[in-house]
Design a protein around this ligand. Structure first.
Ligand code: HXC
Length: 262
């Protein structure tokens, strides 16, 4: 719950088969406090377990997706408590357990942990107002939730090194050119576009979608040969599903497929 008036720190909405989690600490530009990360994790796991939901969206406000981990909360933290209390692992990695696709719909600032949260999502859609950065160096720290690793894989060493060492932010347009985001849309259309995308994915075969996500993620975590063998095993196993037969029959019968949704 929020500091103010018992408001939730993460509000959830459902739009057909799309589940939307909206970060709700506007007064702090959605700074990612422990409490907010715990609520977000719970919301994501609840959507993941819900057979009525096929894909998930995380978004913030018009001004900020999230301006990073909460600096006020971090200021007096000390080592080794940071280590013993598992500051990052305890709350920041819940999202990695989600098997359904997660879309980040980013408007305004996505900085520090906010940029890292977006990069942990499967697809990043950006409003033309979005700004991405890893400004931790200005605070005397470095990115701690995967920023130095996922940013390099997304944009390459040259740009990642400049961002991490200088804290320079990228505009939405530059982020799209650098492959940090899938697509830039006008700010007024961001949520509608994200819902459209989530509903489209959510209407497909849940097992094929979950395997597709797993297979693409393998590309970041293993060798090419091991990734290809993993893909092959997943591909072959889909021939044991009704959705494969339904998808192919529907194509040949020139009708829309009716995939098993739950
Ligand atoms: C706590 C934050 C915050 C943050 C903004 N606020 N970012 N509070 N933690 N990360 C608060 C401000 O203190 C202020 O509160 C209110 O939000 C509005 O912010 P302003 O600074 O007044 O707004 P503006 O001048 O428009 O500047 C926007 C901004 C700036 C450029 C985004 O707020 C900023 O630089 N924020 C910090 C960004 C950052 O360094 N992020 C990385 C954090 S470290 P008051 O009460 O004064 O109104 C990190 C490590 C992650 O993320 C590692 C994994 C855990």
């Amino acid at each position: 719950m929020s500091e103010a008036a018992g408001e939730r720190l993460v509000k959830t909405e459902r739009h057909g088969r799309a589940g939307l989690a909206r970060l709700n600490r506007p007064e702090a530009l959605n700074a990612l406090s422990d409490a907010l990360m715990a609520e977000l994790g719970a919301a994501l796991l609840a959507f993941d377990a819900d057979p009525e939901i096929g894909a998930i969206i995380i978004t913030g406000s018009e001004r900020a997706f999230a301006a990073g981990a909460d600096i006020r909360e971090m200021k007096d933290r000390a080592y080794p408590d940071t280590f013993l209390n598992d500051f990052i692992g305890a709350r920041w990695e819940t999202i990695l357990r989600v098997r359904k696709p997660v879309i980040a719909a980013v408007a305004g600032f996505a900085l520090g942990g906010g940029c890292e949260l977006a990069m942990m999502c499967d697809i990043v859609l950006a409003a033309d107002t979005a700004r991405f950065g890893q400004p931790e160096i200005n605070l005397g720290i470095i990115p701690g939730a995967g920023g130095t690793q996922r940013l390099v894989r997304a944009v390459g060493k040259a740009k990642a090194m400049e961002m991490v060492l200088s804290g320079r932010m990228l505009s939405a347009e530059e982020a799209e050119r650098a492959n940090l985001v899938a697509r830039v849309v006008p700010a007024a259309e961001l949520i509608a576009e994200a819902i459209k995308l989530a509903e489209r994915i959510g209407g497909l075969s849940p097992v094929a979608v979950a395997m597709a996500k797993q297979a693409v993620n393998s590309a970041f975590e293993t060798t090419l040969r091991a990734g290809i063998l993993h893909e092959r095993q997943l591909f072959l196993s889909l021939f044991g599903t009704g959705d494969q037969r339904e998808g192919m029959a529907a194509f040949l019968e020139k009708r829309s497929p009716r995939f098993r949704q739950s």
